[in-house]
Design a protein around this ligand. Structure first.
Ligand code: C5P
Length: 229
């Protein structure tokens, strides 16, 4: 299991200051919508300048018509990021179009599907998709597996069922992690490292428990020790 740090601090310099402190670690860094809109490709360059071995996850959750998604995926691949994501609810044809477009590249980023946004409650989800979250979450995961994607962003509690319904190699990347039972903040269903390990999660995404800590470096060290066990 690997660690991905969510770079959700309010400014580019705040994010870079945090990353500089963590430059010796072998971790993923997640660039979200907000940072990317504000800082553009500069943030990718600056992170790679700090340590070229950082792995970058561009979390833009694409949702559009298949051709636009495929075009955009190529642009993202050209940025040299290591992983990005698209919405499974954009449909199987869009997911297939993305993978088709990327397949002949010498090296392509890992492509993940977002199944159900964790901000959805069951009733809101039912209203939009006409199926309950657990059922549709697995259906979306299966569709993305069949479309040739590499994995999904999911709740930590769904990871095992998703792997059972697809393949043990199908990646699960899970936010909503409070490594040592820290405050939930606004997350509703949170799990700790123990849950993530039991669920065979591949990459845990952690933000506030790291960057709001007094000593972020110590928290990262502690998490990495746990992940090695
Ligand atoms: O601070 P915290 O650890 O809660 O951050 C979790 C990160 O994962 C945030 O960047 C959040 O936007 C992202 N995320 C999430 N739930 C999803 C997808 C992404 O919390 N379903």
């Amino acid at each position: 299991m690997e660690l991905c740090l969510a770079l959700d601090r309010p400014t580019l310099s705040d994010n870079l200051e945090l990353v500089r402190e963590l430059k010796e670690f072998n971790i993923w860094l997640k660039i979200g919508f907000r940072s990317y809109v504000r800082d553009g490709n500069r943030i990718i360059e600056e992170l790679k300048n700090i340590n070229p071995n950082f792995k970058i996850f561009l979390d833009l959750k694409l949702y559009d018509i298949p051709n636009t998604m495929a075009d955009t995926s190529e642009e993202i691949a050209d940025l040299g990021v290591d992983m990005f994501n698209i919405h499974a609810s954009a449909g199987k044809s869009a997911m297939v179009a993305v993978m088709e477009r990327l397949k002949n590249r010498e090296k392509r980023p890992i492509v993940l599907a977002v199944t159900a946004l964790t901000s959805f409650g069951n009733s809101e989800f039912l209203e939009i998709y006409n199926k309950p979250i657990p059922k549709w979450g697995i259906e979306f995961a299966k569709a993305s597996f069949e479309a040739g994607l590499d994995g999904v962003v999911s709740s930590v509690f769904e990871s095992k069922a998703i792997k059972e319904a697809t393949s043990s190699d199908f990646l699960t990347v899970t936010p909503g992690i409070r490594p040592f039972g820290e405050s939930n903040d606004d997350q509703k269903r949170v799990g700790n490292i123990f849950v993530a390990k039991n669920q065979h999660v591949d990459i845990i995404v952690v933000g506030r428990p790291i960057y709001n800590a007094e000593e972020p470096k110590e928290v990262v060290e502690k998490i990495l020790v746990e992940l090695e066990k």
